[in-house]
Design a protein around this ligand. Structure first.
Ligand code: NCD
Ligand code: ZN
Length: 341
């Protein structure tokens, strides 16, 4: 198959940042996707409706004319957050970061048990809980943090809030996949393009590649392959979420490089490549355009996009003021190209 026409997809996990970076990166997402779940880990984070509306306006002002793109806003959960905030209709969902799990998570939750009133409210009104699923105990190995979170936190959360809609964001392990497949109640996971492609050898063998560093960190090959199986399985519990997370090259290529991969410019092309390699192009539409809306209770998009097999060189670096941001697969061969609609 050399040409694939599918409903316009959505991205269920993006970081747009603010200011000049936001203005530079938003068009890459709007080019491919009709809607996106916008992560709230700004500095300071998005924790109330007024801030979320202002942020939504900032995104709107950065959109190309007639893009039709709709940002779906999320609330950053903090200790002591008023459950009433969840009722605000600006919020499509809320994001749970364990404190210090990842970039800009210093205000994250330190005691998930204390969050019960918020989670009860979310369960009652049907607002999805999006989870960065890693424990943060200093003694826990970075490669085990997701599996330990699943075992020691997520399983209990699933049991205690049986009707809560839970998304394990950017799942990276066979353990996370198995949890999502087997859990009772409304449970799903997003999968990034890069975690479908790289394993930790790509990150560390033959030299350290800071531009492939993100959290949760890429794992062993067998975990990557479990993600590939889940993505192409056709299960409605797995859907597209790029976790596109732009950082300046100077912050990535540093003695303490920060976590995040700017994958928006090549996301759909890379997903198409993976589904093609797995002989599953006929399932890409479910993963990219149907499963996410179904989980969030939204209609799928009516517009359509075309992907063509057309080998090309990935995009180059993006200049933002004095800084540069490097897209995932920049300057590397891509097999697929996003065509007109
Ligand atoms: C994200 C970021 O930079 O905001 N980084 C990342 O490595 N994925 C935060 C996150 O999603 O963990
Ligand atoms: Zn993220």
């Amino acid at each position: 198959m050399d040409r694939l026409e599918i409903r316009r997809p959505d991205d269920w996990h993006v970081h747009f940042r603010e200011g000049a970076v936001l203005r530079a990166v938003v068009p890459f997402t709007a080019r491919q996707f009709a809607r996106a779940i916008v992560m709230p880990n700004l500095v300071p984070p998005v924790t109330d409706g007024a801030r979320a509306r202002a942020y939504r306006d900032e995104i709107g002002a950065a959109l190309p004319p007639d893009s039709g793109f709709e940002p779906l806003m999320t609330c950053y959960l903090t200790d002591g957050l008023d459950p009433a905030v969840m009722e605000d209709d600006v919020f499509t969902a809320a994001k749970l970061y364990p404190a210090h799990a990842t970039t800009n998570s210093a205000h994250g939750v330190t005691d998930i048990a204390a969050l019960s009133p918020v989670l009860e409210r979310m369960q009652r009104i049907g607002k999805p809980l999006l989870i960065h699923g890693e424990v943060t105990h200093p003694e826990e190995d970075v490669a085990d943090r997701e599996a330990v979170f699943v075992e020691t936190v997520l399983t209990g959360l699933r049991r205690d809030f049986p009707e809560l809609r839970i998304v394990l964001e950017h799942v990276t392990t066979a353990d996370g996949v198995a949890f999502v497949e087997e859990a009772d109640g409304p449970t799903a996971a997003t999968i990034t393009p890069h975690h479908l492609v790289i394993d930790r050898n790509d990150l560390l063998v033959g030299g350290i590649r800071p531009h492939l560093y993100c959290l949760p960190v890429a794992k062993r090959r067998r975990h990557r392959d479990a993600l590939r199986r889940a993505a192409v399985s056709g299960s409605p519990r797995f859907f597209l979420g790029t976790d596109t997370a732009p950082h300046a090259v100077s912050d990535k290529e540093s003695a303490c490089g920060c976590a995040g991969i700017f994958c928006a410019p090549t996301a759909l092309e890379v997903y198409a490549e993976v589904f093609d390699e797995e002989g599953a192009l006929d399932r890409l539409e479910a993963f990219a355009s149907l499963n996410g809306p179904a989980f969030y209770g939204l209609p799928p998009n009516e517009a359509r996009i075309v992907l063509e097999r057309s080998p090309n060189e990935g995009p180059g670096p993006l200049d933002v003021g004095d800084e540069t941001i490097l897209p995932f697969r920049a300057g590397e061969r891509l097999e697929w190209r996003l065509g007109g609609s």
